[in-house]
Design a protein around this ligand. Structure first.
Ligand SMILES: Nc1ncnc2c1ncn2[C@@H]1O[C@H](COP(=O)(O)OP(=O)(O)OP(=O)(O)O)[C@@H](O)[C@H]1O
Ligand SMILES: [Mg+2]
Length: 374
């Protein structure tokens, strides 16, 4: 894979080392190390308030870290102002200049940097081509749809041909259909330009569909960084396991079973960690209806979502099986039928079970659980 984009400009690596950020006494980013590879599209994902925008602003130079270093393209940029960092950012609440045309909005940043008119026109029209705005250059923002305005906001950053492109929830103002379309456009833009991109979202579906790698943040701490597959199938901890995946992963609190074993109703497993109970978790596709055989437990169907390509079956577990106050869900094929109120035998795919120790950390080499003998 080449790290030299179409424009011939080198994509930059971003390295964050020991980043701390406090606002007054409040820590917002805590001891964070993160590498974004040259030309990579990295998605920063986490719940509202976890510090995503703050992190992006630290890279852009709009905030200064309380401790730690920010490197872009191998250079420590802590002391460099935003304009000297070869970075362009699209903000969460982008605002176009309402009295300017699309062309003027696109060219404004270049004009204020003193480029001559010919250069500006060339760059503006190239950017407009890329984002399919060429026919709209003379319109004002008020005469554009939400999606078109969004593309102008992207264009304002793109036209600067940055070595690093930072996007802070750029799709949040768009309706569902347009969001998916614009998301695809950003992915193809990234493929064509090969620029290093950091894309912030709190939407896990958006992250999974767009990210080459995803970095998950919770309360200012990096929880895991990896490919969408790795994050889904090998979550580092309970937070990641619960945050990624719809419906959410099913959980069960394990209890001491004697002889170094842990038990949850029908499930038994040798405890891999020294002490304490821990959690068993299995995704909805790790459960299935046992037909023509006894399952691992019996549950009542409380709701059926027939989604066309799959069916999500909501289950109430019997009183003897604590499920953390939450119901469980089972993912079934579209041709299986379920009726609300019926009791079904449920089988557990043991190889899809995850074990988390009492601190919430997953044990990747934990023994496979099995059906308890009594
Ligand atoms: N200038 C500031 N002064 C004080 N606190 C701030 C400031 N900027 C952000 N914060 C706080 O820092 C935390 C992280 O904010 P940030 O905007 O980075 O979150 P976020 O992950 O982008 O959230 P969202 O998904 O809602 O945009 C929040 O608790 C916020 O209130
Ligand atoms: Mg934000």
């Amino acid at each position: 894979m080449s790290s030299v984009p179409e424009s011939g400009k080198k994509a930059r690596r971003i390295e964050l080392r020991g980043i701390e950020k406090r606002f007054g006494d409040t820590p917002v980013i805590r001891g964070l190390d993160l590498d974004v590879r040259p030309g990579e599209l990295l998605v920063l994902l986490g719940p509202s308030g976890c510090g995503k925008s703050t992190l992006l602003r630290l890279i852009a130079g709009l905030e200064h870290p309380t401790a730690g270093t920010v490197e872009i393209g191998g250079v420590v940029v802590n002391e460099l102002p935003p304009a000297a960092r070869d970075v362009a950012m699209v903000f969460q609440s982008y605002a176009l200049y309402p009295h300017m045309t699309v062309a003027q909005n696109l060219g404004f940043g270049l004009k204020s940097r003193g480029l001559d008119k010919g250069d500006i026109n060339r760059k503006v029209s190239a950017t407009a081509q890329t984002l399919e705005l060429a026919d709209l250059l003379e319109r004002r923002p008020g005469q554009l749809s939400g999606g078109q305005q969004q593309r102008v906001a992207l264009g304002r950053a793109l036209v600067r041909e940055p070595g690093v492109f930072l996007l802070d929830e750029p799709l949040s103002n768009l309706d569902a259909g347009l969001r998916i379309k614009t998301r695809d456009e950003i992915a193809s833009l990234h493929r064509r330009l090969g620029t290093t991109m950091v894309f912030v979202t709190h939407d896990q579906m958006e992250a999974m569909s767009l990210g080459q790698r995803i970095a998950i943040l919770d309360r200012g701490t990096l929880q895991q960084i990896g490919t969408p597959e790795a994050i889904y199938h090998s979550p580092a901890n309970l937070f990641v396991a619960g945050f990624i995946g719809t419906p959410a992963i099913n959980r069960a609190a394990l209890a001491p079973g004697g002889g170094g074993r842990l038990r949850w109703g029908p499930v038994e497993v040798a405890r891999p960690w020294a002490d304490g109970p821990g959690t068993l978790a299995v995704r909805p596709e790790g459960l299935s209806r046992a037909i023509g055989r006894a399952g691992d437990f019996v549950a009542e169907v409380t709701r059926v979502e027939a989604l066309g390509s799959e069916t999500i079956v909501h289950l109430a577990l019997p009183p003897g099986l604590p499920s953390g106050g939450r119901g469980w869900t089972l993912r079934a094929g579209p041709s299986e039928t379920f009726m609300t109120g019926e009791s079904i035998e449920v089988g557990i795919d043991w190889n899809r079970c995850h074990l988390f120790d009492p601190t919430g950390v997953r044990w990747p080499d934990a023994p496979t659980p099995h059906k308890a003998s009594s």
